[in-house]
Structures are given as C-alpha cells and as structure tokens.
Design a protein around this ligand. Structure first.
Ligand code: RUQ
Ligand code: CUA
Length: 667
C-alpha cells in the first residue's frame, strides 16, 4: 500500500508540472522492493496439471511484432503464435508463394505491421468463437483469423486512412467491424492522400471512419462505406449493446487540430469529443444513394480454402458519406480532454470514457443521449455535426479513481474495472453507484485489461488479465530488451487477488478470451487430400516429378514419413527459378513436414497434412545443394533429405529426378 501511495503522489506531481511524459514519471517512481504479491492459494488457482487443458483460450495482440499469440488461461501456457501482418520464418507465412499475397497492399508487399486490437466475432452480443478480427495500425489493414485453423484467412486494406488505431471494433452481431484514422490526413475530394503543405493541417486534413461489412456465413469482409469527418485524431471505439446496439462510439483527441507539437497543442481545450454514430442509419443513407462513390486504391487478400492459396484483388472505388448530408447519423459528446478508451457496459446503457489526463472517469448515459438528441440539446455544430451538452448526456463521474485511466471492462455483477497507467493499478468500481470498491497494484504501467467476455453482453466474472507496458524487475534480466508482461488477477471475490505473471511477445495492446470448449471442438486436425485443389498439388507419390518451363523449374514433390519424392534432382541451371511445390501426403493430426534448401534466400516451408506449399529458390552457386525436412516427424526424420544439382548457365545437364533406387531415374 505504501508503494502505491508514493507512486500516486509522484504521478500527480508530474501532472501538476504539466509534463505529459507519463512513462518517465512512472519509471522514476519505480523503486521496486515489492515482489508482489500472490499467496500460496494463487498457485493452486492457476495450476493446470500435466496433460490437462486450460479453461480459456486467450488471444493476445503481439503489438509491434504483427502477430497474435494464443495462450491458455489460467496457466499462461503459450499455445501458438499466429502470424498476421508479419512474415514468419518459422512456418513460412509471407515467405511461401501461397501466403505472399496476404501481405499485398497499395504500397506493395509489406512484411510487417503494428497489431493492436484483437476482437472476437459475436452473435447476439456474445462471443461465438468463429473468428478473430485484428487491426494493423501502421499500414491501415484489418485481418480476420479463422478459429478452426488458427490462421489468417483474410486481410483488407483501408484507404483514405492512416494510423488505423480505433479498430476493429464489432457491432453486437458482427454486422460490421469499424476502422478509424488516428492520423488525420489530407483526403482528396476524389480519394487518396494529397501532397499539400503541412501547415494546411487545420483546413485540409480530415479523418475517415470505415464500416466494414462482415458476411454472417463466411466472415468475408467488404468496405461498405466510409464517413468523412473533421480532422481530429480518432483513438478508440466500442459498439453499443442491447438497447444501444445500433450505435458505435469513437473517442477523439486533438480536436484543437494542432498541427505541430501535439503533446502541448492537443491538450489546450478542456474537452475533446466522443463521436456517436448510428451505423444502422448510416447504412441506410448509403443504401439510399447518399453515399458518393470515389476512386480508391486498396487490396483485399483472401485465403482460398480449397487451393490453400491466397488471392489478392485490387479495389478501385469506395463509397463515402458526409455527416452534413445525413442528419441524425452522427453526434459529438464532450468528454474530458485527451480521452483514450471508450467502453460500453453489458447493459448497453453506460458509456465509460477514460481520459488519460482526467481526474475523474465520466460515465455517459445512452438513454440521456437519446433524450438530448430528441430535445435538440445542443448549441453548436462542427461540420454539420451537432455537439450535445456534456451535462445533458452525463450519468455521473467516478471520483478519485486513480491516475491515467485508459481502458475499462466489466464483470457479471455490475462492476467495472479500469486500468490506470500512471498509478499502475486496476481499480474496481460499481457501474450504478460509480463508487470505487477496490484497487490492486500491477507491475507496471498497465495499458489494456481484459475480462473474458468483459466487452460483451455476457462477461465472465472469474479472471482479469492486465497487460503492462513496463516489465523492469519482474523477470530475470535479458539485456536492454525485456519481455512485456501480463498479469492474471482473480476477480471472483470482493477483493481482487493477484494470481500469476507471465511474459508476452511484442507489446500486448489488448486481448480477447473465450471458454475453450467454444473453440476447441471446431479445431481442424488436418486438410483432406481429396479436397486439395491446389493447382500444383501432387496427390500420389507416383506423380512426383520435375518440369521445366523456360527458366522456371517446377518440382512437384510429396512428403510422407520418412522421405521426400523426388529426393534427387538434376538439370537445374544458374539463372533458373526453382519452385518446390511440396504436398504433405499424411492424413493424420500433428504430422507436419518441413522443407528447407541450403543457401536459399528465403525461409522454410512448414506443410500441414494434406496441404501444398511452394518454396521459391533462385540458386546463386553451382554445385550440389542438399535439402531436408525440418520438422522431427519420425524416427527416420534425419533420413528425410535429398540433393539438387545446380549446373552452370548454358550447361547441357538434362532434367532428371529420382523416386527411389528400385525405380530407374526418371527423365
Ligand atoms: S491502445 S494502452 Cu493501442 Cu488499445 Cu490503449
Ligand atoms: Cu518429415 Cu521430418
């Protein structure tokens, strides 16, 4: 408790001095003497015996590693790393020919992104365990992961956008996921980002809020429309629930539109805005022809389940709506300056806005908002958008919650839990009375927190996961770079109890978790060979072969315990492009084969049973080059190997390959 007080005071001092360098303040307050703080009971609560399964899947964003990391809770066991926006040499994602198109954008092939927010698909306001949506913050994109394969199934680029942070928040039935610009940009009237002088920020820069339609059977995404809005920085979003399900809420900052030194300029006004958008109305306006179709240039990449190959489609137009043309579609609601998260409680009535610099947590009321709209309780408009009066929408404020509130989630007993970045704690409060009930220190500088279902109509009340920005002394030191950290907290009783620390990859901005039985039962075990429609699949070993087409050499290879066919290849020349199309003939769970070639300026392949994957190799040296299976698949795995002979350019070595000694080399 003593430590907490010191850090609260230090944090307050920093704020009084007017510096916004929160992290530094926080760091100086960390003279950690506290190996907090789980008792013996905690060990029992997180212990999952060998061979037993966890109760929840947790999907943590990898932040700047561009991946999603799957953990079991409560154990904190790492189950899988799913590459999404980043190439992953471990399984060849983004390196092999089949998945390369997933990373295609209007900027070209982008091998990385900054992944912030995972969001599970929902049916009737509850997670349904079908898909996980995530956003790429840097080069605006949204991806859909398929939870039967735990793989990235689709990526769509978002045009007229930059720093796409307030994404991919779903509506109550996943009718839409939304995406908004964090960086206002000069969006041209005819689409695209213009070349303008940077001091035209106030006049020319605009923001866009995109509504991406999700097909309820297939999950396929399609940008339905974008709303062009004033050039604020839009930060986070949250969908309404139940009574408020037709609405989507976005926080914004820098409503001053400061063009430079935003650290100061974006905090001049006492209030920024929460944007409330009636998406049903917006969709109707778009349908009625209020949307203008403008030129655009963005990519939509989709994994074809039958061919195991991603296809990139370039899109050329997008529909835009302007709030001034669409009365009743959008309102602005004042909130304390520089807000971060917005979170709607399970009843759909309370809208909690966390202001990084605010001393209170305001809770807005959905029903009051509707009344304020009906009573036209506003005196001004911005770009035709009515600005409702703060008091007319406010339900009340949580007093003295702590310092630096960022995000809020909910349990099943009417309580809210807010993360406090500056005072490094989780604060529990009652949604109705807005009274603070409990607080627990976290180590250190918490960003997001997550309760399984805690962002939906149906929260579980058992665990809370804190995701912290600073690790410091929590683990053995690993040089200057430390893992970031998650902490599991028991919220089943009146008092929160710390249970477990575990390190995470990259920076976990946010996470989702779901009861394991919702997902595990649908998990795919292998791909059926008889359904493999890959154009270069080799379904029978007898069909394994090598074909030359100009300077391309195509190797149709099969892999089965414990040999590759063909295993010896001649007739490759310097200057050739070699494509190894490897089909894994196994039809059993957990028998992948790997494939790697010496000196290949590429990664390996990891081929799942029944799947075909293609590795490109452009030899740079003549001679004999070994290749082998990289995944220890059987007792004779080390024997699963072969050779490719590379002859000089123009040599007359003919194409020749071996399918075992008994058969004659095939020519
Ligand atoms: S953020 S720490 Cu990128 Cu969701 Cu708030
Ligand atoms: Cu196949 Cu090792």
């Amino acid at each position: 408790m003593k430590k907490l007080t010191t850090s609260v005071l230090t944090g307050a001092g920093c704020l009084l001095l007017g510096t916004l360098a929160l992290t530094n303040c926080q760091k100086s307050a960390l003279s950690n003497d506290s190996a907090i703080g789980a008792d013996g009971d905690a060990a029992k609560k997180v212990y999952v015996a060998p061979g037993k399964h966890d109760e929840y899947y947790a999907y943590l964003s990898g932040g700047f590693n561009g991946q999603v990391d799957v953990y079991g809770l409560p154990s904190g066991r790492l189950l899988k790393v799913i590459p999404v926006f980043s190439q992953n040499p471990e399984n060849g994602y983004g390196y092999n020919e089949e998945t390369k198109p997933m990373l295609q954008t209007s900027f070209g092939q982008i091998p990385w992104d900054d992944l912030h927010h995972p969001k599970l698909s929902r049916t009737d306001g509850k997670p349904d365990g079908r898909w996980l949506f995530v956003n790429g913050n840097n080069t605006p994109r949204i991806a859909r992961l398929d939870l039967t394969t735990f793989e990235t199934a689709e990526i769509i680029e978002i045009p007229n956008s930059a720093g796409q942070h307030c994404s991919p928040y779903p509506t109550d039935n996943t009718e839409y996921v939304v995406a908004g610009t964090r960086f206002a940009v000069p969006i041209a009237d005819n689409g695209g980002i213009e070349d303008v002088p940077l001091d035209t920020y106030k006049d020319k820069f605009r923001a866009s809020l995109s509504f991406i339609k999700v097909d309820k059977n297939t999950g396929h995404m399609d940008i339905d429309f974008q709303i062009l809005v004033p050039g604020f920085d839009f930060d986070l979003a949250n969908g309404g629930k139940g009574p408020s399900a037709d609405w989507m809420f976005f926080t914004s900052y820098n409503t001053e539109k400061a063009g430079t030194l935003k650290e100061m300029g974006a905090s001049q006004n006492d209030k920024d805005y929460l944007a409330a958008i009636n998406w049903k109305k917006a969709a109707e306006y778009a349908r009625q022809g209020k949307a203008r179709e403008i030129p655009a240039n963005y990519y939509h990449n989709m994994m074809d389940e039958k061919t195991h190959t991603a296809v990139s489609t370039q899109k050329k137009t997008v529909r835009v709506l302007l709030p001034e043309d669409c009365p009743g579609m959008m309102y602005l609601i004042p909130v304390p300056k520089s807000p971060h998260g917005v979170d709607v409680d399970p009843t759909g009535e309370n809208i909690v806005v966390s202001g990084k610099l605010a001393a209170v947590i305001p809770v807005h009321s959905y029903s009051k908002m509707i009344k304020a709209i009906e009573n036209k309780s506003y005196d001004n408009t911005i770009s035709g958008i009515p600005v409702l009066k703060y008091e007319s929408v406010l339900a009340g404020e949580v007093q003295k919650p702590g310092l630096g509130p960022l995000h809020t989630e909910f349990d099943n007993k009417g309580n809210a839990y807010t993360s406090m970045f500056v005072s490094s704690e989780v604060v529990k409060w009652n949604v109705k009375s807005r009274e603070v009930l409990d607080r627990i220190p976290v180590y250190y500088s918490i960003g997001h927190l997550m309760i399984p279902g805690g962002d939906t109509q149906n929260p579980d009340g058992k665990y809370l996961l804190a995701m912290n920005k600073i690790t410091k002394d929590r683990y053995l030191p690993t040089g200057p770079e430390l893992a970031q950290t998650a902490q599991l907290i028991d919220i089943s009783g009146d008092k929160m109890k710390m249970l477990l620390d575990f390190p995470t990859f990259g920076e976990p901005h946010y996470a989702q978790a779901i009861k394991a039985d919702m997902v595990a039962k649908n998990s795919k075990k292998f791909y059926r060979l008889d359904e493999n429609k890959h154009p270069h699949a080799t379904i029978k070993e007898a069909d394994a072969r090598v074909e030359r087409k100009g300077n391309q050499v195509h190797v149709y290879m099969t892999a089965i315990r414990s040999h590759l066919a063909p295993d010896n290849i001649e007739g490759i020349h310097l200057g050739d492009e070699v494509y190894f199309h490897v089909t894994n003939l196994e039809q059993d769970w957990d028998v992948p084969h790997g494939f790697a070639v010496m000196g290949n300026q590429n990664a390996e392949l990891l081929v799942m049973p029944g799947q075909t994957r293609t590795l490109k190799w452009v030899p740079t040296k003549t001679g004999v080059t070994p290749f082998y299976c990289t995944d220890f698949c059987s007792a004779l795995h080390q024997e699963m190997q072969g050779y490719a002979r590379v002859s000089p350019k123009g040599a007359n070595t003919p194409v020749k390959f071996w399918l075992g000694e008994k058969k004659k080399p095939a020519i």
